[in-house]
Design a protein around this ligand. Structure first.
Ligand code: ADP
Ligand code: MG
Length: 677
């Protein structure tokens, strides 16, 4: 039986069972599904094609008997010369003195190891007497730790496969195997451990990638469905005509992407379930416009709504622009921490009596003594600043409003549907026509005087500039230009009346707000800062963004910073000052100068940094897969998602016998999750 303990395998005693336990292998099934984490592919290539520092395989004849020397304690080096296609190659083996007895002049050997192209030398990791054999060319490599050796693991695995693999049952419906041309489960397991060819391995892997993604997506879709059914929400009875007229009153027509996102949101609002949706779109893609329509929909349905933003400045900006946009259509109030006393009293009571339709504010909005008469929709801007806790606060107050999160951080679609699996996601991936793209340049440190001149030229025209530095003083021994230094340097360089301001994370909130306000009213022309300006401030008059040590930022972050300019009528510029050492760093700077598409940059970032690092911190809730890789296998993830949605939507797990194995799996998984809660 597959779910028997590994102790049932002949030759596995307590000691080996303990060693397997370290690898999280408890049952025979765990063992059989402990797949290699990579494969060594040995392929002999001509010497001239070998790349320096690569792992290579060569075949040749030993010219002289190997020479063994000892050094240190128990350390040894075995050296011999090999004739490869008439060229002499030096081979070195460390700490394998026993090989001296096995290798002699005249022997033909196949060696794998690290290639030094300058010295024509190979540092051998594995060797085999005899010619290169194609069959043995793909060799599985298992991740091991603790007391177990690769050899023991492989031996135990082989035994388990020989005796128990008949118990492996197919869990995917036949029709899926057929449609996607996936190998059947049992043979695919065997192929994963002992691939006969690259072709077979590719398809076995493809099968498990799909299986993993499908199970994962099924579980998420199922949880979502259960959650949905358990939390009834508001069915907004909005007025189509009023909405239509509102949209018509805009000075522009919605992009297709905005239209699509809006439809998805309105559908959620109309449904009797509570909305839990993420709206993603690059800075300036028109999220706020979509949000405004959603707010108005709630208002025409007789509900109140709240728009939560991370800072007071943003709250004020939104208040002004929405008041302008709505006109007489809705009563809008602003509620932030700094509104106190009588005025606050007044606003509070008008929220409670439903004299106000839309309230815009910071999170003071939900924390304090604020009570809505009939709250139907909450929109949360820059969702990564808020979270689960605030949602709970809403619920705890007895409200079940629809919730829409907005973020300007483009997250690659694959990550979005995985990391935010329990949310629905709408993406605005299209910019309104006629946008002026921010011109981006990459320069090195020595051009700094010219950068100063460039900033000055724009200030004289009445424009403003941001100068961003990655770290403040506390940093470290590294020679990083810090914000304080730069601030002093610029203050000295630019004559009165040009004002330079300094903003960093260690200032008090009030001080930060004061400086930001001075910048937004053009009382400060140049703002030197660390990355605290990242979150959505809007100063259309700022047209120059200078980013110091740009190589220290991720592409998404650079893009986010760059999005602070290009918000007005004039042409904006972004100057990256960077001196990246490696090719990858240079490539990243080049990409920045070539595209302003946040999703393209996010995809690149993901490729360069991997899903774990994408959010800067290790984001909890990022699933881990054994075989699948979210970045490279994104197509399979998309496919699996579509399939899972369909399966859950049509209730196939419950009704169709072909899905009974999948159903059993989901059931057992959910039982485990419940226990953990
Ligand atoms: P975001 O919130 O995504 O940063 P906004 O909704 O604030 O973007 O839109 C940025 C600017 O573009 C605003 O001035 C807005 O009026 C304008 N805008 C929004 N949608 C469109 C559109 N479809 N066509 C033209 N301009 C638009
Ligand atoms: Mg609803």
């Amino acid at each position: 039986m597959l779910n028997d303990s590994v102790r049932q395998i002949k030759g596995v005693g307590e000691k080996l069972a303990d060693a397997l336990h370290v690898l999280s292998i408890e049952t025979i099934e765990d063992l059989i599904f402990y797949f290699p984490y990579r494969y060594d592919v040995f392929e002999v290539k001509p010497i001239g094609e070998l790349i320096h520092d690569d792992k290579v395989t060569i075949e040749g004849t030993i010219l002289y008997d190997p020479v063994l020397t000892f050094f240190g304690r128990k350390k040894s080096r075995l050296v011999f010369t090999l004739n490869v296609e008439g060229i002499s190659v030096k081979a070195v083996l460390f700490n394998r003195a026993f090989a001296k007895k096995q290798l002699q002049a005249g022997d033909t050997v196949t060696l794998t190891g690290k290639w030094d192209a300058h010295r024509l030398q190979i540092t051998v990791s594995t060797y085999k007497k005899g010619r290169y054999e194609h069959d043995a060319a793909i060799s599985p490599v298992y991740s091991i730790k603790g007391d177990i050796t690769s050899r023991t693991l492989k031996k135990t695995l082989t035994y388990a496969l020989d005796h128990f693999s008949n118990d492996i049952v197919e869990i995917l419906p036949e029709s899926y195997l057929h449609a996607y041309k996936l190998p059947e489960r049992k043979s695919a397991v065997r192929t994963m451990h002992a691939p006969e060819s690259r072709y077979k391995l590719k398809h076995a892997r493809r099968r498990f990638v799909y299986e993993e993604f499908l199970l994962f997506q099924l579980k998420m879709q199922y949880v979502k469905k259960m959650h949905r059914e358990a939390t009834p929400g508001i069915s907004h009875q909005y007025q189509e005509t009023a909405l239509h007229n509102f949209i018509e009153s805009f000075s522009f027509s919605l992009t297709r992407a905005q239209d699509r996102a809006l439809k998805e949101i309105l559908e959620d609002m109309r449904s009797p379930y509570s909305m839990n949706r993420l709206l993603q779109g690059d800075v300036g893609s028109g999220k706020t416009a979509v949000a405004a329509i959603a707010l108005y929909a709630a208002v025409t349905g007789g509900k109140q709504c709240a728009l939560m933003v991370p800072t007071e400045i943003l709250a004020e900006q939104h208040f002004l622009s929405l008041t302008d946009l709505f006109g007489e259509r809705a009563k809008i109030a602003l509620l932030t921490g700094s509104i106190k006393g009588k005025k606050r009293q007044l606003i509070r009571s008008s929220i409670e009596s439903h004299d106000v339709d839309i309230v815009i504010g910071t999170h003071a909005l939900i924390q304090d003594d604020v009570f809505f008469h009939d709250l139907g929709l909450v929109i949360v801007d820059e969702q990564h600043r808020f979270g689960v806790k605030q949602r709970r606060t809403l619920r705890d107050k007895g409200w079940q409003p629809d919730v829409l999160f907005m973020t300007a951080t483009p997250i690659p679609r694959t990550l979005a549907i995985s990391a935010f699996g329990d949310m629905d996601v709408s993406i605005i991936d299209e910019m309104p026509a006629g946008r002026k793209e921010v011109e981006t340049y990459w320069v090195t440190d020595q051009h700094f005087p010219r950068v100063l001149e460039f900033i000055g030229k724009h200030i004289v025209r009445g424009e403003q500039a941001y100068v961003v530095c990655p770290l403040i003083e506390e940093s470290d021994q590294l020679d990083i230009q810090n914000a304080v230094d730069v601030y002093e340097q610029l203050s000295e360089f630019y004559p009165e009346p040009i004002q330079v301001g300094l903003l960093h994370g260690r200032l008090h909130t009030e001080e930060k707000e004061r400086i930001m306000k001075a910048f937004s009213t053009n009382n400060i022309q140049i703002l030197v800062s660390t990355t605290v300006i990242e979150v959505g401030v809007n100063v259309p008059n700022a047209t120059v963004m200078v980013i110091y040590d740009a190589e220290r930022f991720g592409l998404s972050q650079l893009h986010q910073l760059r999005g602070r300019v290009g918000r007005g009528q004039g042409q904006s510029h972004c100057i990256l000052i960077a001196d990246p050492k490696g090719e990858v760093g240079k490539e990243r700077m080049r990409i920045m100068t070539e595209t302003t598409d946040g999703f393209v940059l996010a995809e690149e970032d993901l490729k360069l940094r991997g899903p774990g690092d994408f959010f800067g911190t290790k984001q909890s809730g990022m699933p881990e897969f054994k075989v699948a890789d979210m970045v490279h296998d994104y197509r399979a993830l998309e496919t699996a998602r579509v399939d899972a949605v369909e399966i859950v939507h049509n209730g196939l797990l419950e009704s169709d016998p072909a899905y009974s194995k999948l159903a059993a799996y989901i059931e057992s998984e959910l039982a485990v999750t419940k226990k953990m809660d």
